[in-house]
Design a protein around this ligand. Sequence first.
Ligand SMILES: C[S@@+](CC[C@H](N)C(=O)[O-])C[C@H]1O[C@@H](n2cnc3c(N)ncnc32)[C@H](O)[C@@H]1O
Length: 219
Amino acid sequence: MSLADIGAKYKANKPSGVFRWYEGLFAAYHGADRNLLEIGVKEGNSIRTWYDYGPRLHIHGLDLDITQIEGTLPEDRVEIGKVDQGSRESLESATKGRSYDIIIDDGSHWCSHQQLTLGYLFPKLKPGGVYIIEDLHTSQWDRPSAKEFHEDCLGPSDMTTYFLQGMGRRDYVSRFILDSEMGYLQQNILDLALHSCCFHKSGYRHNWGMSQQACIWKR
Ligand SMILES: C[S@@+](CC[C@H](N)C(=O)[O-])C[C@H]1O[C@@H](n2cnc3c(N)ncnc32)[C@H](O)[C@@H]1O
């Protein structure tokens, strides 16, 4: 079964075009035991998807609220914990002593949290690993439905996509990333790709949605 088919089976909260893209990305990580962290677990549907897809994936799922999933997931390769990704202290205690091959940020989608989490967790990615930020369309400053995700942003230049595009020009700044973290990113990012996916949303009047992801590879 393809990753998109498994995601559909579990009703994971990601469009099939995103799973199709991930299938190509994740091919590089088959054939050995790998550690995957996903921030944003919700009902556990994406965690079930990774579990079925990769028999050698060891999955760490973190969320602000884990009450609805406690005890509902397979325990042999899945660990679930609590985190507030807007806090470096909380990220540190949730990930202490760990490192990962794949990190996926599908949590709060606040632009400030996406950047703080990238700055904090990138050192915990193993060499050759991949860091994904989902739902970058929350960076669309003018989109009314995206407003809740950037209340602590002062303007479009605080948006995560603007920050990531700036990285390509090497003139990037972020109010949410410490200077030491920025130095680490500068030294250790190998490559960065942005992916857009237009998907069909049943039940919506204007029934096409747009989703954007960033994929950042480590040296
Ligand atoms: C989009 S859902 C995750 C969906 C899941 N990854 C899937 O594909 O099925 C986002 C999750 O982020 C969690 N969240 C919201 N704010 C957060 C924060 N500050 N830190 C960590 N998780 C947060 C929410 O509780 C929610 O479960």
